[in-house]
Ligand binder design. Structure first.
Ligand SMILES: CCCC(=O)SCCNC(=O)CCNC(=O)[C@H](O)C(C)(C)COP(=O)(O)OP(=O)(O)OC[C@H]1O[C@@H](n2cnc3c(N)ncnc32)[C@H](O)[C@@H]1OP(=O)(O)O
Length: 403
């Protein structure tokens, strides 16, 4: 099918428009910006690689492992490397020297005080940590000494937080006049109320797919669905009513209400700023999901307490509130963390990774989708060499456990 040339040039113009709009969220340009703020590094230690265990080390001990811009970029690159490691079973994130992480580098914060720069950092860290969370391997944060602000956010992204007896963990953001910023959760498909991801850019991205398809000689069609019941289309009023119905009440509901109210949207294009229009639909994505991640782990009341008190919790308190899974000895922490991880990675890497994927789908998708995903992951394992080998060994699970 040939595309009329007038239509093609109109689409090209629109695509150019789209590129300008998306410049703000180009990860490479954010990396270039962050890399200007040097200090420390984040690296992957391969000491236990043969066992399928990676160590992700935050290394800026003279600043108590505060995250400089460069370290944020290093972290992003390490996560990319882990994404490509096909036999990895587990990753332990830990800090060098006296503690886990003292949050964002305060010198970086002082040097970059604009909302746009804050947006860059938040967007980049959310992207990295979202990818970290999706890794099909067991993840563990090994928190020794203080984990402050962003340091606690980093810790929360792992499946398990192991704290040592000298650990102190606190979301001190409130005291610093900010809120959480690294708690990802935004989806690449999310448009609306995101810098550079307006509803217009959503429409343009559909157009781009159509043009690409036509250019490759495909017949293209679109199915338009009425998605009026989708979260982002629901009016704030209905959303708040629903949250109340599902027992999200009190301080948490007030926080979400204040977060949603008095929101305005404007469009900046060709050096011109449009009028401000009130926003009554759609949920601002990003930082608000940081607290929501904590709510998933702790439940509403404990998460509220932890975020709003700015308190530093000691190891015992971390265990009591439910953020930490286990207390380790500070002196022997690495060995103890490795032993913990080894117990969870006794199976072949393909099994560990499949379990992780199934669990990931189960926490996000509905029951039916989760069941069919499990079925898909399971089927090729039935009768595989691994399975046959296990069947031949006639394993006695109780006796083997005792020996
Ligand atoms: C979106 C992210 C938002 C956030 O992360 S908000 C939270 C930002 N983080 C902070 O405010 C942490 C402030 N630091 C502290 O509370 C304490 O330094 C901390 C971490 C409990 C460690 O205490 P101590 O072990 O007694 O060590 P100390 O205070 O003597 O610090 C040693 C050197 O490290 C420096 N440092 C610690 N945390 C830093 C940071 N985040 N950014 C930049 N520098 C930081 C500190 O200034 C000190 O440097 P120096 O030796 O005086 O030159």
């Amino acid at each position: 099918m040939s595309v009329p040339s007038k239509l093609k040039s109109c689409m090209r113009r629109s695509l150019h428009h789209k590129n300008i709009m998306e410049e703000a969220v180009n990860l490479q340009s954010i990396e270039a910006f962050l890399s200007n703020f040097e200090g420390g590094d984040v690296h992957l230690s391969t000491d236990y690689w043969d066992e399928g265990i990676a160590m992700l080390c935050l290394n800026y001990p003279e600043k108590r492992n505060a995250m400089s811009g460069k370290m944020m970029v290093d972290l992003g690159k390490c996560v990319s490397k882990l994404e490509k490691w096909e036999t990895g079973k587990a990753v332990i994130i830990l800090g060098a020297g006296e503690n886990f992480c003292s949050g964002g580098d305060l010198d970086f914060a002082k040097a970059t005080g604009t909302a746009k720069e804050g947006f860059y950092m938040s967007y980049y860290m959310q992207d990295t940590l979202k990818r970290f969370r999706k890794l099909p391997m067991v993840s563990v944060s090994l928190v020794h000494g203080p984990a402050v602000g962003g340091g606690s956010e980093l810790a929360v992204f792992a499946d398990y937080i192991l704290v040592t007896d000298n650990a102190k963990l606190g979301f001190v953001h409130g005291k610093m006049g900010i809120i959480t910023a690294w708690g990802g959760g935004t989806s690449d498909q999310q448009y609306g109320f995101r810098n550079g991801r307006s509803p217009t850019s959503a429409a343009l991205s559909v157009k781009e797919k159509i043009v690409d398809g036509l250019e490759q000689g495909y017949h293209m069609g679109i199915t338009l669905c009425d998605l009026s019941k989708v979260f982002d289309c629901v009016s704030h009023e209905i959303l708040l009513e629903k949250l109340n119905y599902y027992v999200v009440r009190g301080v948490t509901l007030s926080l979400i209400e204040s977060y949603l109210s008095d929101r305005f949207r404007t469009v900046y294009y060709n050096d011109e700023l449009s009028d401000f229009k009130g926003v009554r639909f759609g949920v601002p994505q990003g930082s608000v999901l940081g607290p929501l991640l904590l709510v998933q782990i702790l439940g509403e009341r404990k998460a509220t307490e932890m975020l709003l008190s700015s308190k530093m919790y000691n190891a015992q308190e971390c265990l009591e509130i439910g953020i930490a899974y286990k207390i380790l000895s500070t002196a022997n922490r690495i060995q103890e963390a490795l032993n913990f991880v080894r117990k969870l990675t006794v199976s072949h890497s393909s099994i560990v990774r499949s379990f992780k994927k199934v669990l990931d789908v189960a926490t996000k998708e509905d029951f039916e989708t989760s069941l069919s995903f499990e079925c898909e992951e399971f089927s090729p394992k039935w009768g595989s060499d691994l399975n046959k080998d296990a069947l031949q060994r006639k394993i006695h699970h109780v006796k083997e456990e005792k020996s």
